[in-house]
Design a protein around this ligand. Structure first.
Ligand SMILES: [Zn+2]
Length: 544
């Protein structure tokens, strides 16, 4: 009953605030989690846990806290809580519908309360206990985006960041990698070992990550004061470790130098089972084993996941509506690294591919803006869309064009500095960029982030020999409102470099006359790839 009251109050808030539908608890703020887990000591997929959860009461009337924690299901998966204590005394708790309800009666605002929760169970998701491609037992977490609750009792939303630690007991043949700094490894009787990792900066709960497997660990260079390490299954070490190391140092240096200092104590690049692609867990990046093990020359998403350590992990979107602050940034900063490391041609190729992806995504997901409107956790798909990645990335590219590369980097550095280890919204980014550029960027942000679609542009040109001029006519043909965008026209003479003329594309049709020395060899739209648009035909008219 109480839940429905909270939910109703919350729903009315949503309409006003534009927030995702996660049930927020403004009365409490998670401070620290310590997870002591025993796993893979037998053939069972069951884990045994003791979680110590420290919460700060921030509102005086707060009477209970709900931790997200998957309840046991009839088919045998899920978690069973056996005891909860506070200051050594038993606590009356309920654990239903994947909420663990704990009373905090009597706590004053500003006071911390600490619960210790004993539990066991087979995780239905979040933490996978499985055989890797070589048939070796292992365990890897993949919490995206609300699956930490399947094996860890937490306030499972990005906006409640907390410090934490893993104390893992498992068979001594396994290595254990967790977030943050390695505190202790201790051999125990019975062929077991305890490994303790500690994450000293607050992170979002889904970014807590654990890997347990037989690993070859290569301790790599210390870069900008931070040790990098590389973890591969023994059978894959020879070819996998060089793959994991490719671009790891270069990307780390680039982001450290251009954005700001890395926020954490170490960065591990780890081969992982049970997943594909990459997962940017804080200080612990996991890559799908098939990509690491393969003999083909595929590249791992090392730069993308490294960029997330700055954007997504350290500066975290405060709401799933703004997930593009994570994925759009990782996408564009991968391209920026390409521009830095491989040159402009490779950068522009990447932009073109990304633009094609946006156009495909716009057709597959019409009426979908980059910034979600009240993202619904109960929906089938998570908050990530191709538009959050690709159109989000392109929005940053056009923002750089709009305010200039120097102001862009100034704004990015200020945004990172201001929100390191904290939360940010799209408006926070806008403010940082407005301060850096002295421009009002509200129309730009509205046009690209809260409106769906892209401009569709087509047109024609002709050469007026008598007037020695090129006459360009371009039209916006998309349905709905007009866009207000800069459009570059490139006029390439028979010999020599192209001349670029920028038009203000702010009407249904725009005509411009460009004076030239001689008949051009070609005239093209957006030759330097600065505009996200669907470009239709742009033809030369017959000579008049
Ligand atoms: Zn990503």
């Amino acid at each position: 009953m109480r839940t429905s009251v909270i939910a109703a109050a919350f729903l009315s808030t949503v309409v006003v605030m534009h927030a995702d539908t996660y049930l927020r608890q403004p009365g409490v703020d998670a401070q620290h989690y310590a997870f002591k887990l025993t796993l893979l000591t037998t053939d069972s997929n069951e884990i045994t846990g003791e979680a110590t959860v420290r919460l700060r009461v921030v509102r005086p009337e707060t009477r209970e806290v709900l931790l997200d924690f998957a309840t046991a299901m009839p088919e045998g998966k899920g978690m069973t809580v056996t005891a909860v204590t506070r200051d050594g005394k038993g606590v009356a708790f309920t654990h239903t519908d994947s909420y663990l309800r704990l009373p905090i009666d009597g706590a004053r605002a500003g006071e911390d309360v600490t619960f210790t929760i004993a539990y066991h169970g087979i995780p239905a998701n979040g933490l996978r206990l499985l055989n890797n491609i070589h048939g070796d037992r292992c365990a890897f977490s993949e919490n995206w985006y609300n699956q930490a609750r399947q094996w860890l009792p937490v306030i499972d939303h990005i906006a409640d960041k907390a410090t934490g630690e893993f104390v893992i007991t498992t068979r001594s043949e396994y290595q254990v990698v967790g977030n943050g700094t390695l505190v202790e490894e201790a051999d125990l009787p019975g062929g077991l070992r305890r490994t303790h990792w500690k994450q000293d900066e607050p992170i979002a709960p889904w970014l807590y990550a654990l890997g347990v497997a037989k690993f070859v660990v290569h301790h790599g260079p210390v870069v900008r004061g931070v040790p990098l390490s590389f973890w591969a299954f023994p059978q894959d070490a020879e070819r996998g470790l060089p793959k994991l190391e490719k671009d790891a140092r270069g990307a780390f240096e680039f982001f450290s130098d251009r954005v700001g200092p890395y926020g954490y104590d170490k960065l591990a690049h780890v081969e992982a089972a049970g997943m594909g692609g990459g997962m940017e867990s804080t200080t612990n990046i996991f890559y799908g084993e098939k990509s690491v093990a393969t003999t083909s020359a595929n590249t791992l998403p090392i730069v993308h996941e490294t960029a997330h350590q700055w954007f997504g992990n350290s500066v975290t979107e405060s709401d799933w509506n703004d997930v593009w602050l994570s994925e759009g940034f990782a996408t564009y900063f991968t391209l920026l690294y390409t521009e830095h490391a491989a040159g402009r041609e490779a950068f522009v190729d990447g932009l073109r591919r990304s633009r094609d992806n946006v156009l495909r995504a716009e057709k597959a997901q019409p009426n979908t803006p980059v910034v979600h409107a009240n993202f619904n956790e109960a929906g089938k798909s998570g908050p990530n869309t191709q538009l959050a990645y690709q159109k989000g990335g392109w929005t940053l590219h056009m923002l750089r064009d709009r305010i200039g590369t120097d102001a862009f980097w100034r704004g990015i550095r200020a945004y990172y500095r201001e929100h390191t280890h904290g939360l940010a919204t799209t408006d926070d980014l806008r403010h940082a960029m407005e301060t850096a550029s002295g421009r009002d960027l509200a129309p730009f942000f509205r046009q690209w982030l809260t409106r769906s679609g892209v401009p569709a542009i087509e047109g024609s040109w002709r050469y007026d020999a008598a007037a020695k001029s090129v006459v360009v006519t371009v039209r916006q043909t998309q349905a709905g409102d007009l866009y207000d965008v800069p459009l570059d026209v490139g006029v390439t003479p028979a010999s020599g470099p192209a001349r670029i003329v920028r038009l203000a594309m702010n009407g249904r049709a725009v005509t411009a006359t460009i004076v030239v020395d001689a008949e051009p060899a070609s005239v093209t739209l957006d030759p330097n790839v600065w505009l996200l648009a669907e470009f239709g035909a742009f033809t030369r008219e017959q000579q008049q």
